[in-house]
Design a protein around this ligand. Structure first.
Ligand code: PMP
Length: 427
């Protein structure tokens, strides 16, 4: 049993010693002290079904024994910087990771986070093309450093710092977007942006396959193929941000971009790649990767032995435990049940997503699509009290984000939907 400080003690210390900008979920935040697969345990030993941990970090499940073993073994043997000497952990994982990517995407640069990965990807695109302009989507989240905060396009995550060379295109959002599900109409906006907002040449385009922070927005069908072609015509590179949608999460495919039938020039990843261990990566072609030889380039801990041992273990677990198939089967079942809930509750305006990356948008008026912000918080809080943790997102904070570890079962899905149904019914 846990005998450490209580949630109240921790909160007090946090207020004193941690950044005032840190936020937490729930009015009374939980003190989580243990984790096992799809479950979290608080200070009192109370168990919660974690239907949001998948996005935060875990893809195989909390403390998956195979991943833990790989981390412990490598830590006992050697932990060091990635630079200076050779070590098999990084090359073995790079080879395994490259084998999961299509075409010529075979060269891996490791980082410590998604922000770092996207910063590097954008810099590579700028170096390769000799252009500065990058197109990203409104409502996107790509990170919080200088360049990536520019690419991020939700005012609540942006500070008032100089944003240079980024153009934000109309979001191909099938639920709220002006062109509904017509991907090609939205793609025309990118053509206009290039023609009227740039010299006609661009460095690249960056987007998520399914916007995560933005509230589980699946890009309208036909959008990415059309935009990729416009970007290529303008000499730019296409960057797929797979920080949330990668690593088998969509179920139907290993990478989110594959759902759209495109092949990017650069793919970035983080979060699920290490099952909670800080790790990110940029994968590109040998030709594009060459630009970084113009100067010395390194990242002290990006791809260190311990983190890459974890990453390699994650790939093995996804394979061995058929997690992609599970994400597809259980995720589709869960989406079906949530869709049925929509027929029952007027407040559910939309159910969307793929595999284990699902969103439920709450609105107080289905016609006007008025965001039901207060209700979203209320339902989340009540569900937590009944032992189910889900996330929220979207610009208005009115979208439930359901992104469990990929080991989530059909029984877990039933429990989640029953609890959501009960909570909404009682409202
Ligand atoms: N890209 C996407 C799609 C993300 O969701 C995030 C984090 N929410 C990032 C990049 C940035 O990753 P990190 O927080 O690891 O820097």
């Amino acid at each position: 049993p846990y005998s450490g400080p209580s949630a109240a003690d921790i909160l007090l210390k946090r207020k004193q010693f941690l950044s005032p900008s840190m936020f937490y979920f729930y009015n009374k935040p939980l003190n989580m002290v243990d984790g096992k697969m799809q479950y979290l345990f608080d200070e009192n030993g109370r168990r919660y079904l974690d239907a949001f941990g998948g996005i935060a970090t875990v893809c195989c499940g909390h403390c998956h024994p195979h991943v833990v073993k790989a981390i412990v073994n490598q830590t006992n043997r050697l932990q060091h910087s990635t630079i200076l000497y050779l070590n098999p952990a990084i090359t073995d994982f790079a080879e395994a990771l490259a084998s999961k990517l299509p075409g010529d995407l075979k060269v891996v640069f490791f980082t410590n986070s998604g922000t770092e990965a996207n910063e590097l990807a954008m810099m590579i695109a700028r170096l390769y093309t000799g252009c500065h302009d990058i197109v990203s989507l409104r409502n996107a989240y790509h990170g919080n450093a200088a360049g990536t905060m520019g690419a991020t396009a939700q005012s609540n995550w942006k500070f008032n710092v100089i944003q240079s060379g980024v153009h934000h295109a109309v979001n191909p959002d099938p639920y709220r977007g002006v062109f509904g599900s017509d991907g090609e109409k939205y793609a025309k906006d990118v053509e206009d942006l290039i023609a009227f907002g740039t010299s006609g040449h661009v460095a690249g385009f960056i987007s998520e396959a399914i916007q995560g922070v933005g509230g589980i927005i699946e890009l309208a069908p036909g959008y990415l193929p059309a935009v990729y072609s416009s970007i290529k015509k303008a000499g730019g590179l296409c960057i797929a941000d797979e920080v949330q949608s990668g690593f088998a999460r969509t179920g139907s495919h290993f990478w989110g971009f594959e759902c759209h039938g495109v092949v990017p020039d650069i793919v970035t990843m983080a979060k699920g790649i290490g099952n909670g261990i800080p790790l990110g990566a940029v994968v590109t072609t040998p030709e594009i990767a060459e630009v970084l030889t113009r100067r010395s380039y390194f990242n002290t801990f990006g791809g260190n032995p311990v983190c890459t041992a974890a990453g390699h273990a994650v790939l093995r677990v996804i394979e061995r435990e058929n997690l992609q198939e599970n994400a597809h089967v259980v995720g589709s079942y869960l989406k079906e049940r949530l869709t049925t809930l929509k027929d029952k509750h007027e407040i559910i305006g939309d159910v969307r997503g793929r595999g284990m990356m699902l969103g439920v948008e709450l609105v107080t008026d289905r016609e006007l699509k008025t965001p039901a912000k207060v209700e979203t918080l209320h339902v989340m809080d009540q569900m937590k009290d009944m032992g189910v943790l889900i996330g929220k997102g979207g610009f208005n904070g009115n979208v439930f984000r359901i992104t469990p570890p990929l080991c989530f079962t059909k029984e877990d899905a039933d429990f989640l939907v029953d609890v959501m149904d009960y909570t909404i019914s009682k409202m």
